[in-house]
Design a protein around this ligand. Structure first.
Ligand code: HEC
Ligand code: HEC
Length: 504
């Protein structure tokens, strides 16, 4: 990666086709003046003094940052700078996020249409307390906040996207394994997980056990699986700060990309680029563990369809992820009726409200950031090159009519780019331009409140890590050198690094 800020020129040289199309058309952007751009470049410079916190570091979400309340509701607060007049929309959106959908036909006309196949009945069954999901606790615990994406190699090329890796949904089971079905239908099958423990010894003699998962599609109900099926486990991520991530200028994200590792630091970083269902053009992918969705609205519409089998204006089929081969599912009752909810299961207004809610879940403020141990941990974070991918700071676009996200200095600790994380984390299932070894850098803001909100401290795309340290030890590929630095740290410095992460 590079800290180059002359991004437009560099980008035009590197990838002319990309520069034309990867804009922020999803946002009401007011362009920056040259004077603003210069000021932003100064504000975003990496820190050189670790003896005191940086200015504004306490507020990772800028003026949208909320107080860090000491309960499990810490991720459920609205943007602090949200005008009073928008609170009703946030509450209505929250209602839809928590709403438990039921299968059709039902007497509750406003809430039916679930399935026929589904993974959960409400957004918040997966994004529990607006935080992250978890791995199943026992062999029999239902798989709810984690699921398997499915595909087979090959399919239609997308000529508009350079280096696009074509895949197709599994021909019978579609893009996702749904573990649940409406009454009278048999679920598609079941996600199986086996664990294997592997001890890792650190330089100071401490031993950490990493649990290696193996995933299976068990008990397929509609016939055999394609022999070349690809499985990708996904645990639901935390929901805070998403509107701010959505408001980072695409050009500023692309400025960190270094696909050929021109600066020779061993860290490349590539943008995912995906065809937008809403705008019909290639857009920068930002959301999901492989940055497969360009906007919160598309990710949410995808969740309604894929996770709950509910139609929206972006995915109007009422049967969600059922394939043409799953005739029983396609012919089962659905929740669409002319004149009700725009003839869809989830109308445009409801999708907009859920999107507004998801955009405005606030990032809590930092804790203890002037503690000497935490400041030492910050220094190690920078020395170990964690900041090369977990980019600390951005300034969001200036936006018309979107005051909560407009022109904020934010500290998300992600570049939103894809990185090869090595064989250990590979799912071997491409998505868009992301290879089977690449993942989007996870944002680290709020990570220290995970235990408080979720009652567990599971990390990474499938929740395999049981602590922040385990998560770091899983880093490989481009992040292998950063991991080795942590393995070789003196005990006190390792503890300082973890204390710093816990303060985010
Ligand atoms: C069955 C579990 C499940 C349900 C139900 C669910 N999600 Fe998600 N959600 C996920 C997973 C898993 C991901 C990561 C997806 C990926 O990697 O492609 C995700 C990602 C997201 C993201 C992007 C977060 C990020 O950091 O990139 C948003 C926004 C989101 N979901 C919103 C919603 C909304 C709104 C609903 C309800 C309409 C919903 N989700 C329902 C599991 C779920
Ligand atoms: C080459 C880029 C890169 C570097 C360098 C890097 N990371 Fe990461 N980090 C990632 C990616 C990508 C993920 C998501 C991986 C996944 O979900 O499987 C991640 C995930 C994490 C997570 C888990 C977050 C969550 O919400 O689950 C933590 C904690 C973390 N990194 C800390 C660090 C620390 C500390 C360092 C420095 C020692 C570091 N990372 C260096 C790319 C990087």
């Amino acid at each position: 990666m590079t800290y180059r800020l002359a991004f437009t020129a560099a980008l035009l040289l590197a990838a002319p086709a990309m520069a034309q199309t990867l804009d922020d058309r999803h946002l009401p952007v007011l362009p920056r003046t040259p004077a603003e751009a210069a000021r932003i470049a100064r504000v975003l410079a990496p820190p050189t003094d670790f003896s005191a916190p940086e200015k504004f570091e306490a507020k990772p979400g800028g003026a949208a940052t909320t107080r860090a309340i000491a309960t499990a509701d810490a991720f459920s607060q609205s943007s602090e700078n949200m005008p009073f007049g928008r609170e009703m929309d946030f509450k209505l959106g929250n209602g839809l996020f928590r709403k438990t959908w039921v299968a059709a036909p039902s007497s509750t006309k406003a809430s039916d249409g679930l399935g026929p196949f589904y993974n959960a009945r409400a957004c918040q069954d997966c994004h529990i307390k607006d935080g992250r999901g978890h791995t199943p606790e026992g062999a029999d615990e239902p798989r709810v906040s984690i699921f398997l994406r499915l595909s087979v190699p090959g399919g239609d090329p997308v000529p508009a996207i350079a280096d696009y890796i074509a895949t197709s949904p599994e021909p019978t089971y579609g893009g996702q394994l749904q573990d649940f079905a409406a009454p009278g239908l048999t679920p598609e099958g079941r996600m199986g997980i086996d664990w294997r423990e592997e001890p890792v010894t650190l330089a100071d003699g401490a031993v950490v056990s990493l649990r290696h998962p193996t995933y299976r599609f068990e008990a397929p109900a509609n016939g055999p699986l394609a022999p070349d099926i690809q499985l990708s486990p996904r645990v639901a991520p935390q929901m805070i700060g998403l509107g701010l991530l959505e408001a980072i200028p695409a050009a500023d994200i692309l400025a960190h990309a270094d696909p050929e590792d021109a600066d020779g630091d061993g860290i490349s970083g590539r943008p995912n680029i995906v065809m937008s269902a809403e705008y019909g053009v290639p857009m920068l992918g930002r959301f999901g563990h492989k940055a497969g969705a360009p906007t919160i609205k598309e990710q949410s519409a995808g969740a309604f369809a894929g996770d709950m089998g509910l139609s929206t204006p972006l995915h109007p089929d009422p049967w969600g992820d059922c394939t043409a081969a799953q005739t029983v599912c396609r012919e089962a009752p659905h929740g669409q009726e002319p004149g009700i909810r725009d003839g869809l299961e989830v109308d445009a207004q409801s999708l907009d409200l859920v999107t507004f809610y998801s955009r405005n879940l606030a990032v809590p403020e930092r804790r203890g950031l002037d503690d000497p141990q935490i400041l030492r941990g910050k220094e190690i974070f920078h020395q170990a090159q964690c900041a090369a991918c977990h980019v600390p700071k951005f300034v969001t676009n200036r936006l018309k009519n979107q005051p909560e996200q407009s022109f904020q200095l934010i500290w998300p600790f992600t570049d939103l780019l894809l990185h090869d994380m090595g064989e250990g984390l590979a799912d071997n299932r491409p998505e868009g331009r992301a290879t089977g070894r690449e993942w989007r850098t996870a944002p680290l803001w709020g990570i220290g409140l995970t235990e408080q909100v979720s009652g567990h401290s599971q990390f990474l795309h499938d929740g395999r890590a049981r602590s922040v340290l385990e998560a770091i030890l899983w880093h490989g590929g481009e992040a292998g050198a950063a991991r080795d630095t942590v393995v070789n740290l003196p005990t006190g410095d390792r503890e300082a690094l973890i204390a710093y992460l816990e303060s985010l």
